[in-house]
Design a protein around this ligand. Structure first.
Ligand SMILES: Nc1nc2c(ncn2[C@@H]2O[C@H](COP(=O)(O)OP(=O)(O)O)[C@@H](O)[C@H]2O)c(=O)[nH]1
Ligand SMILES: [Mg+2]
Length: 680
């Protein structure tokens, strides 16, 4: 039995989940054809997927057809879940790009093509049954955009919309659907020219895969179906052939043709070459080799933790013990499963190239390699997208903090595309993910799985304060006369801008006006004060303080008294030193196609950004480099997506603190006051 590993990808809503549902249904893998709109598909079984009617996770589904086992990974289309697409693609030998006959080639297909840059690809044009469906429009757009490797294999049997007949160009056979049944029919007479044209295109691509075929092509001899099949198969491996299929997932027209196409043309595991270790060494995908597993996905449900893996080499049997290359842990693979949505079937063995899951590994994460003890093989991991959109999470009712933290920590085993940070300074628990839908899914899961309702707000910015002018002769006097023992300490201070972020404390006391043993107390008093600036209560940086004079009392002076005196001097002195609010500024890189340049730069100007340069990138797009106040970038992930229809991406790294302009400073001070009042 041959294995084929595929990943379905493309824009959300194009029909990937429905397609795999149809594949399962026509092959008897499920006894009912579920619908995404009814929330009963095999692939989208998670409560959040059902509620939203979109795929969130990459779900591997085994489909048996024609004596082959197809592991079809249904990936989400929504950009927030690109990490899942990468998990699926990491173990797929072929990418199946799904785009509908109604929407043509959108940004989803464009991104999918990029994702599959170095992989054999197929295209499935969905929804040919719909009104206004336009297969040839979509097909031409695919060829325009992605080049001449795109060629037709299955086309509609009629021009126009509401298609119910398909023609296989390779075999020259036609099929029609009626009453949910697909059966062979004669090729419609009016399609003869179209079929001939498409066969010519396909033949041209196939000719290029082999010299003998090329000779035959020039002699204008037609290829046999077997020659076409071989050529498509060879061309997929080199990238010179990207066969296009089409159909309707809701009535099953075209599903078997696609399954047959996958068996005939898509490479088996190992045919695409060796696996790579993370330092670039080849690992043979050898059925007779030692067992090596790559863990591409982790799932946690009520039954515990499941690690999904691909058998890269050898075969794996239950009760085998392997070593994790990262953690060094010895992992016993007690129970192996083939997983179909929410249904697990225990198996004794999984062979080279196959995909399965193992439960209850203790020290294994997504991206890890398992191998025999002593082997030392770390396969190339998965390059997840950097988190880019932050929100602060807080429980709706008191005491939920703990549940949020443990819930997110559990979920971070399944999802490596978000980070959490407990910010002591802004007193916020900040979660950074891929976008608003991603963070919303996390919130809903915290509620559904961990019973804690979450409120979100924007992540606050950690401002700083500093003075810009030297002030001298600042007195701080603490004096208390009550009953017996009094308290007394008096300091004269100078404050000025310092060279280092941390406080610099000096003393220039002559004649012991403040005895040496109290100097540390003065410094301590200042250190206790600087976390709270005089403008808006943010930490004070770049401050130099000098103790120049003061006085003491033999009996009443104490360390406490001098600490308080220093604090009073700080409170009196800093407002006179022309204080200013500092804000964090980051270096930003925006990756965009050329055509968005004007919009992106205009927008950065509005965010008080300084554009430093523009350079072409390797993908034919542009990289805009800029410095921007981080306070202006809270929603950039979402805004950039809407400005570029999802084509742009960015990275932002903290660089330094800079003075805020006066008008901005005023706003921040007012906003901070408002937050403090709210919290009281
Ligand atoms: N008419 C028609 N509707 C389809 C077809 N395939 C999918 N749909 C519908 O399109 C919507 C999105 O489908 P879904 O499978 O969730 O797309 P995905 O986001 O790519 O997984 C659902 O309402 C499906 O019922 C098709 O071939 N024909
Ligand atoms: Mg889906």
């Amino acid at each position: 039995m041959g294995i084929r590993n595929l990943c379905l990808l493309g824009h959300g809503g194009e029909g990937k989940t429905s397609l795999v549902e149809s594949m399962l249904f026509v092959t008897g893998g499920t006894d009912r054809l579920g619908k995404v709109t009814d929330g009963n598909t095999v692939s989208d079984y998670d409560p959040e997927e059902i509620r939203r009617k979109i795929s969130i996770a990459a779900t591997p589904l085994p489909v048996e057809f024609g004596g082959h086992k197809l592991n079809v990974i249904d990936a989400p289309g929504y950009f927030d879940f690109a990490g899942e697409v990468l998990e699926g693609l990491r173990v797929a030998d072929t990418g199946v790009i799904v785009t509908s006959a109604k929407s043509g080639v959108g940004v989803g297909a464009e991104k999918a093509w990029k994702f599959c840059k170095d992989k054999p690809k197929m295209v499935y044009v969905s929804k040919v049954d719909e009104e206004n469906a336009n297969f040839s429009g979509t097909y031409n757009a695919l060829r325009d955009q992605f080049g001449v490797s795109v060629c037709p294999v299955v086309i509609p049997g009629s021009s126009g919309d509401k298609v119910n007949t398909l023609i296989n160009i390779v075999t020259g056979k036609a099929y029609a659907v009626s009453g949910g049944k697909v059966s062979e029919v004669p090729v419609p007479a009016d399609m003869a020219d179209t079929v001939r044209e498409h066969l010519a295109t396909l033949s041209e691509n196939v000719a290029e895969t082999d010299e003998a075929l090329m000779d035959k092509f020039f002699a204008e001899e037609p290829f046999t179906p077997e020659e076409l099949r071989k050529g498509i198969r060879a061309g997929m491996l080199t990238g010179s052939v990207t066969p296009v299929f089409c159909g309707c997932a809701t009535n099953g027209l075209g599903t078997e043709l696609l399954l047959q196409g996958i068996c005939d043309y898509a490479p088996a595991p190992g045919e695409t070459g060796d696996e790579q270790t993370d330092d670039g060494k080849p690992v043979k995908q050898d059925p007779a080799g030692p067992p090596v597993l790559f863990v591409f996905k982790t799932l946690i449900d009520q039954y515990g933790k499941f690690s999904f893996f691909k058998v890269v080499s050898g075969s794996v049997t239950s009760d085998m013990t392997l070593t994790n290359s990262r953690s060094g842990a010895s992992e016993k693979l007690a129970h192996l499963f083939v997983v179909k949505g929410k249904k697990n079937t225990e198996v004794k063995e999984l062979k080279c190239g196959d995909i399965g899951a193992v439960s209850k590994l203790t020290d294994t994460k997504t991206g890890d390699t398992l191998h025999p003890a002593g082997a030392q093989i770390a396969l190339k991991g998965i390059n997840f997208p950097e988190p880019c959109y932050a929100l602060a999470f807080a429980p709706k009712t008191k005491g939920g903090e703990e549940k949020i933290a443990t819930g997110l920590s559990r979920m971070s085993e399944e999802d490596l595309t978000f980070t959490v940070r407990n910010d002591a300074e802004t007193k916020q628990f900040v979660v950074t993910g891929q976008g608003d839908i991603h963070l919303d899914v996390l919130c809903q899961r915290l509620k559904g799985r961990y019973g804690v309702e979450v409120e979100t707000e924007g992540a606050r910015v950690a401002y700083r304060e500093k003075i810009r002018k030297k002030v001298t002769g600042i007195e701080g006097k603490h004096k208390k006369q009550s009953g017996g023992h009094g308290q007394f300490g008096r300091v004269i201070m100078e404050f000025e801008p310092g060279d280092t972020e941390d406080l610099v404390f000096e003393e220039k006391i002559f004649g012991g006006s403040v005895p040496k043993n109290f100097h540390p107390a003065v410094e301590k008093g200042l250190r206790d004060s600087i976390p709270h600036g005089v403008l808006a209560g943010y930490p004070v940086v770049f401050l130099k303080a000098t103790l120049v004079d003061g006085s003491y009392h033999d009996v009443d002076s104490s360390e406490m008294a001098f600490k308080l005196a220093a604090r009073l001097a700080y409170k009196a002195g800093l407002p006179l030193g022309n204080p200013v609010l500092l804000e964090p500024v980051g270096s930003l890189k925006v990756f965009i196609p050329d055509s968005y340049m004007g919009d992106i730069i205009g927008d950065l100007n509005k965010r008080r950004g300084r554009v430093m340069g523009m350079n072409p990138d390797a993908d034919g797009g542009q990289i805009v480099e800029a410095e921007v106040p981080i306070a202006e970038m809270n929603t950039y992930a979402i805004d950039l997506r809407s400005m570029t229809q999802g084509r742009g991406s960015f990275s932002l790294k903290f660089e330094r603190y800079e003075e805020t302009p006066a008008n901005v400073q005023q706003k921040i001070i007012e906003e901070t006051k408002r937050i403090e009042e709210d919290e009281e």
